[in-house]
Ligand binder design. Structure first.
Ligand code: UDP
Ligand code: MG
Length: 320
C-alpha cells in the first residue's frame, strides 16, 4: 500500500509495551494489507524503559508504513497522544487507539463508514469492559459524575479510542492547554460526532500502565478543566453556613433573653470549629486545583519533548 499520500493514520502511544509489540504490529499489518483505505501508523514511545523504543526504531527503519516518535521521557498517555498528533500527515482522519490491543483496530472499517457519512468524530463506546471490578466501577461513576458536572457534553463510557477527522486533529493541535483531557477537548471542538459500540477486550499481554495515581490525575483533569462547579460549590457552601449561623445566632439570642436559657455545649463548639477548619482547607484545596493548572499554563513549557523521529530509513534526530 502506498504511503505517499496516506488517508488514514493510526496513532498509538506505547509505554513499556515490548511484550505486546509484535502481536500489535501483526494486527496492524493485516489491517493495512486488507483495507481498501491507505493506512500508515504513527507510534509514540512515551519514555519506555524496556525495549519498546528499540523495536519501534527497527520497525520504522525497515517499513515505510510506520513512523516512530520517541519522547525524551515518560510524559503520560495524553501527552504521548498529543505528541503523535503533531506528526499527523493523514489527509482524511486519524484512528487513535491503545497499543495493548484492548481497542480492536479492525473497528476502523465501521468507524470509517460513519466518517464517510459526515461525522468528524466517531468515538468508540465501551459496552462491556473486561477489567477488574474496582476499575470498572471507578470508570463508570467517574463518567457519570463528569456528565453531571461538565459544561460540555462528554459522551459516557468513551475513552480516546476514536476516528477523528484531520480538521479536528488540526484544532486539537492548536489547543496548547497544559492539563490535557483529550476526550473532553475532542467533544469541545464540536462538528458532527457519533458513538459506536464495542466490547473492550482484556489487555492482550503485560500489565496496565495506568497506575491509580495516573488515573486519578486524568480524572481530576477531566473535572477541573471542564467544570466550574467545584468553585461554585464553595460559594454555595459559604452562603449556606452563613445562613445557618445567622439562624443559630438569633435563636440563641431569643433563648437567652426571652426564655433565659444560658447557652452551653463546649463539645459542640469544638466540633463546629474542627468541621469548619476542614471545610476551609478543602475549599482552599479546590481553589488550589485551579491555581495549579494556571501555574503550569503560564509557564508555557512545551507539552512534550521529542527525542527522535524515525521515518523509513531517515532518522531526523532532534536532540541527540
Ligand atoms: N501509555 C502511555 N504512557 C503512560 C501510560 C500508558 O503511553 O504513561 C499507553 C500504554 O502503553 C497503552 C495506552 O497508553 O498503549 C493505554 O494504557 P493502558 O493500557 O496501560 O491503560 P488501561 O487500558 O489499563 O487504562
Ligand atoms: Mg489498556
Amino acid at each position: 500500500m502506498s504511503t505517499e499520500n496516506p488517508h488514514i493514520n493510526l496513532l498509538i502511544p506505547l509505554y513499556n509495551e515490548e511484550i505486546v509489540f509484535d502481536s500489535l504490529v501483526e494486527r496492524l499489518d493485516s489491517l493495512m494489507k486488507r483495507s481498501p483505505i491507505a493506512i500508515s501508523a504513527i507510534l509514540v514511545d512515551d519514555g519506555s524503559s524496556d525495549h519498546t523504543s528499540k523495536k519501534m526504531k527497527e520497525l520504522a527503519e525497515k517499513d515505510a508504513r510506520f513512523t516512530s516518535v520517541i519522547l525524551s521521557r515518560n510524559f503520560g498517555h495524553q501527552y504521548a497522544l498529543s505528541a503523535g498528533m503533531s506528526y499527523v500527515d493523514a489527509t482524511e482522519a486519524v484512528l487513535i487507539l491503545d497499543g495493548d490491543l484492548q481497542d480492536p483496530p479492525e473497528l476502523l472499517d465501521d468507524m470509517y463508514k460513519l466518517f464517510k457519512e459526515g461525522y468528524d468524530v466517531v468515538y468508540a463506546v465501551r459496552q462491556k469492559r473486561k477489567e477488574g471490578l474496582l476499575k470498572k466501577m471507578a470508570y463508570k461513576y467517574f463518567y457519570r459524575l463528569l456528565d453531571k458536572m461538565s459544561y460540555i457534553k462528554i459522551p459516557l463510557d468513551s475513552g480516546d479510542f476514536s476516528l477523528v477527522s484531520r480538521r479536528v486533529i488540526d484544532q486539537l493541535n492548536l489547543m496548547r492547554e497544559e492539563s490535557r483531557f483529550l476526550r473532553g477537548m475532542r467533544s469541545w471542538v464540536g462538528f458532527n460526532q457519533i458513538g459506536i459500540n464495542y466490547e473492550r477486550n482484556e489487555r492482550e499481554q503485560g500489565d496496565s500502565k495506568y497506575t491509580w495515581g495516573k488515573l486519578l490525575k486524568l480524572a481530576l483533569n477531566g473535572i477541573f478543566n471542564f467544570s466550574e462547579l467545584p468553585i461554585r460549590f464553595i460559594t454555595g457552601l459559604g452562603l449556606l453556613t452563613i445562613s445557618v449561623s445567622m439562624i443559630y445566632f438569633f435563636s440563641t439570642l431569643i433563648r437567652r433573653f426571652v426564655f433565659n436559657v444560658v447557652p452551653e455545649g463546649f463539645t459542640a463548639l469544638l466540633f463546629v470549629f474542627i468541621l469548619f477548619g476542614g471545610v476551609q482547607l478543602v475549599s482552599i484545596g479546590i481553589i488550589g486545583e485551579y491555581i495549579i493548572r494556571i501555574f503550569f499554563q503560564v509557564k508555557k513549557r512545551p507539552l512534550f519533548i521529542v527525542k527522535s523521529v524515525i521515518k523509513s530509513k531517515s532518522e531526523l534526530s532532534l536532540l541527540e
